[in-house]
Ligand binder design. Structure first.
Ligand SMILES: Cc1cc2nc3c(=O)[nH]c(=O)nc-3n(C[C@H](O)[C@H](O)[C@H](O)COP(=O)(O)O)c2cc1C
Length: 185
């Protein structure tokens, strides 16, 4: 897919299934690793989850948390099925072994760099004919990811991507108006 049309047509797709080939997963991950980062520090660590058992462990932990927080059993079950049923999950973490977690500007740069990597991965998935979406829950509850996936203290989970074969077709995106100022505000 041509670069600009790939960027312009990417959308979040939440109904995912099928399978992702290992070569595709590797291309998606590498696209993330090629993102810009502050000081070119590449301040990230990624846990790439392809095994069903690991996805189920994460799905279970998220479902339990959802029930204890919101008490909505149906929504929690949908969350479980979404996570367990997605062929490729990527958890993006800030690497605290190269970023000072007490320096708020460095942490902001690291999060921005990680976001650039995450978007590169979503774009790569789209360009390979796959689809996916971003979940923000690790930024709010990194402990759930740490415990369920045995992520070390030196990595701070911030981003979760779910990637697979799209089972639905997204609508064209409507852009919010008034967000761009040419030459003067
Ligand atoms: C930081 C961030 C957090 C997000 N968290 C979630 C989430 O928790 N659940 C979800 O379904 N989508 C999440 N999204 C996806 C957005 O809802 C989606 O990108 C937005 O609605 C625009 O749609 P589009 O991606 O199709 O352009 C998140 C996106 C970003 C950038």
């Amino acid at each position: 897919m041509e670069c600009y049309s790939g960027i312009a047509s990417r959308r979040s797709v939440r109904r995912l299934g099928g399978s992702v080939q290992e070569a595709q997963a590797r291309m998606i991950v590498e696209a993330g690793l090629r993102a810009p980062s502050a000081h070119n520090l590449q301040p990230w660590q990624f846990l790439v989850i392809t095994e069903r058992e690991k996805r189920e462990a994460l799905a279970n932990a998220l479902m339990k948390e959802h029930i204890s927080w919101l008490g909505n059993q149906d929504a929690a079950k949908r969350l479980y099925e979404s996570v367990a049923g997605t062929p490729l999950i990527i958890v993006g973490c800030v690497d605290l072994s190269v970023v000072d977690g007490n320096d708020s500007l460095e942490m902001l740069f690291a999060s921005q760099s990680l976001a650039a990597a995450a978007e590169n991965m979503l774009l790569a998935a789209h360009c390979l004919g796959l689809a996916g979406f971003w979940r923000g829950v690790p930024a709010a509850r990194p402990d759930i990811f740490r415990n369920a996936l045995k992520i070390p203290e030196s990595a701070l989970p911030q981003v979760m991507l779910q990637i697979g074969v799209p089972l639905g077709k997204p609508r064209e995106k409507r852009l919010r108006e008034g967000t761009v100022h040419w030459n003067s505000w």
